[in-house]
Design a protein around this ligand. Structure first.
Ligand code: PAF
Length: 283
């Protein structure tokens, strides 16, 4: 069954009103489209937990700090609807820009602390855009549960904080990163990789795994990191924005992780920015 595509907020409200009145669990899966198996795993998790499921597709201009990046972002709505067919979701919410940001829109949701590191530095304004749109999607959908991938782990922690700080009655679920057979984390941006770059892209994850395994085995982080940076530079990665170990909960920098931690990386390959993260030891 093809899920109804809903483009207006009034239509979304009309649809969800009886669900809310009946106390039905509603799962929301926020996406920017160009759906891949990573997104579909979130939809599957939502279907398993919730009686009703809404998938949202909105390429949010407020979270792009680079206009070219926004223009190049893949848009594949018809194909997305086809991929969602087998899940039997209740609605695909595809709001227009002016539904999300009507004339005069002037509110920004901003999370301090968690956004002062990593993508918060390298993509100025990005997390304000994410926090603002996600707050709106939570409120508009009236969902009881939301599903996000651990691939964007910093985003997941930011979104959890938004829900907690603003008392939005929703449970945020983090779902494992889904990888291609060669280890590359699934991402809509992978569509932008040239054939040559696509072959090189999994090297980022391979290097991260080596560091994570080394640290878990008691080796020092700094030399492992230096060796990985050398290998990435000789494999066409033009710049590594960060390659660091941070605590899962507050994303504080760790040298020798005694707290549950992850290794986070962002690197450029042939004009495409890749991000990934892996757990150190047990999560
Ligand atoms: O992860 C994404 O695709 C986006 O950042 C999100 C959560 C849908 C908000 O626009």
């Amino acid at each position: 069954m093809i899920a109804p595509i809903v483009r207006s907020l009034s239509a979304l409200r009309e649809m969800s009103e009886p669900w809310v009145r009946a106390g039905t669990s509603i799962g929301v899966v926020p996406t920017m489209g160009a759906l891949h198996d990573g997104h579909l795993s979130l939809v599957a998790a939502a279907k398993e937990r919730c009686e009703r499921v809404i998938v949202t597709i909105f390429v949010n201009p407020k979270q792009f700090n680079n206009p070219e990046d926004l223009a190049n972002y893949p848009r594949t709505e018809t194909e997305d609807a086809r991929k969602l067919k087998r899940f039997g979701v209740d609605a695909v919410y595809v709001p227009d820009g002016d539904v999300m940001y009507p004339d005069g829109f002037s509110t920004t949701v901003s999370v301090a602390g968690l956004t002062d590191v990593m993508d918060g530095i390298h993509r100025p304004g990005h997390f304000d855009g994410v926090a603002t749109v996600v707050s709106k999607l939570f409120i508009q959908s009236r969902a009881t549960d939301a599903f996000f991938g651990e691939k964007d782990f910093q985003q997941l922690q930011v979104v959890r904080r938004v829900a907690r700080d603003l008392d939005i009655p929703i449970t945020v679920h983090g779902c494992p990163t889904i990888r291609e057979i060669d280890g590359l984390a699934m991402s809509s941006r992978n569509l932008l990789l040239s054939d040559r770059a696509r072959v090189r892209a999994p090297i980022l994850f391979e290097e991260m795994e080596k560091i994570a395994e080394g640290v878990a085995a008691g080796k020092d982080f700094a030399p492992l990191r230096a060796a990985a940076l050398r290998r990435l530079a000789s494999s066409d990665f033009t710049s590594v924005e960060y390659l660091e170990m941070r605590a899962n909960d507050d994303l504080s920098l760790q040298d020798d992780p005694v707290r549950p931690s992850r290794l986070f990386a962002s690197a450029w390959l042939a004009g495409v920015r890749l991000i990934d993260n892996v757990a150190i030891g047990r999560d």
